[in-house]
Design a protein around this ligand. Structure first.
Ligand code: GCO
Ligand code: MG
Length: 413
């Protein structure tokens, strides 16, 4: 029997909610047999698209769609230097598309290919925020009323940066809540000391309002020095968090040993990780409780399955990163991993937005705090390319790229 091969690979970049998403379509030697994958790196989406269309696509042509494992390794080896976020995102798009094809050929959802479901749906957490604690409490109450039990709480965005944000747009002024030297350069200023002291106050208020009827999460987003991060982890212990996320930047992950030795706060990290050498020690040393990898950043579902298996043996649960800069196809791939793997933790979801349903068809249903796969073969998703073209993506770097301390020091968020 003649093996089915890759006939063409192309990127589809669209921004239905304003943040560029990268979808990769793989067409095969079989008429009408194709797959879709997510290769989103929103801050460099057009660069990923170029990597797909100029390099990876032509390289993949003629290769067998069945041999995903071999193609993934060959693609990684094809650049000699180890892939970074851009090339991994390109590879993720192809990798997920090949799993989509494999599911279609087998007539099965991808989770069935891997051994079936451990649960019918994935519990979801939502993002509650507020410039005031009253506003935050109102937003938490709204999600509780909608049936969500897991809620991430932030007070004024990451690092409290949005507090007083009306004056800190695009670097027009330093944050009025922050005193900076004369002549400080533009940027998004925040005060880490104010932020660190506000977090326990925020959690105390939310617990006072909702008790232990809901599970709370918080994202530090790498805004503190290592010692202040350790102090925060100790300060939030009384509030019984589901997890505390990105307490430290990748550059300081060795500090997690001290966090582990001194606190019992459940730790979630790794959305910024690219290479196995970043997550291996955290998992094997049992320094973390939830893996938060952004799956396109490590090259797709093929490596993510391996990470999930490693985590299972070390008591670590999955919480794949799923914010608004993962395409609905990426969300669906995460969801298949989540209903399948025994060591599932939680699914992050920021809502589909107003326009995404016009572009992406087959969106998973979300009911009473759970996200349900649609049971169709492969991922069970389609993209309307005409609708996608209504939301062109521009080259953009999001505001996240210019964070500064009160004295103007640049911060890696
Ligand atoms: C999260 C992440 C996101 C990222 C953002 C970067 O927990 O989902 O921290 O908010 O910062 O997606 O573009
Ligand atoms: Mg995060």
């Amino acid at each position: 029997m003649t093996p089915i091969t890759i006939r063409s690979v192309r990127s589809i970049v669209t921004a239905p909610e304003g943040r560029p998403l990268v979808v990769v379509r793989v067409d095969t030697s079989e008429p009408d047999l194709y797959g879709l994958g997510c290769g989103t790196f929103t801050q460099r989406a057009l660069t990923v698209a170029h990597a797909v269309d100029t390099y990876l696509g032509p390289w993949a042509q003629g290769r067998r769609v069945d041999d995903i494992e071999d193609l993934w390794h060959s693609a990684m080896a094809s650049t000699s230097w180890r892939n970074g976020p851009v090339l991994n995102a390109a590879l993720s798009g192809v990798d997920m598309a090949l799993w989509d094809i494999k599911g279609k050929l087998a007539g099965m959802p991808c989770y069935s290919l891997w051994g079936g479901k451990s649960r019918e749906a994935a519990a979801v957490y939502r993002h509650a925020d507020g410039e005031s604690l009253d506003e935050l409490v109102d937003n938490v109450a709204r999600f509780v009323d909608e049936g969500y039990r897991f809620i991430r709480c932030q007070w004024g965005g990451y690092g409290g940066m949005a507090l007083g944000a009306s004056e800190t747009t695009a670097g027009r002024f330093p944050n009025p809540l922050v005193r900076s030297p004369d002549g400080s350069r533009p940027g998004e200023y925040f005060d880490p000391y104010t932020y660190r002291r506000r977090v326990p106050r925020m959690l105390e208020r939310v617990r006072a309002e909702f008790g232990t009827s809901i599970e709370l999460l918080h994202d530090v987003h790498e805004r503190l020095s290592p010692i202040d991060a350790l102090r925060l982890a100790k300060d939030v212990e009384p509030f019984d968090l589901f997890f505390l996320e990105d307490l430290l930047p990748p550059e300081q992950i060795e500090w997690l040993r001290l966090v582990r030795e001194q606190t019992t706060v459940p730790i979630a990290i790794s959305e910024l990780f690219t290479h196995p050498l970043e997550w291996l020690p955290l998992i094997t040393q049992r320094w973390i409780d939830f893996i938060r990898i952004h799956i396109s950043q490590i090259g797709g579902v093929t490596p993510a399955l391996k990470v999930a298996r490693l985590c299972e043996w070390h008591g670590v649960r999955t919480a794949w990163q799923d914010p608004k800069d993962v395409s609905p196809i990426g969300h669906m791939a995460n969801l298949h991993l989540e209903v399948h793997a025994h060591n599932f933790g939680i699914h992050e979801w920021g809502g589909w937005g107003e326009n995404a349903p016009e572009v992406f068809h087959g969106l998973p249903d979300v009911r009473d705090g759970y996200m349900y796969p649609n049971g169709s073969p492969g991922w069970g998703m389609e993209i309307d390319e005409d609708a996608a073209a209504h939301f062109p993506a521009t080259a953009q770097t999001l505001a996240i790229s210019d964070i500064r301390l009160p004295d103007g020091t640049s911060v890696w968020p």
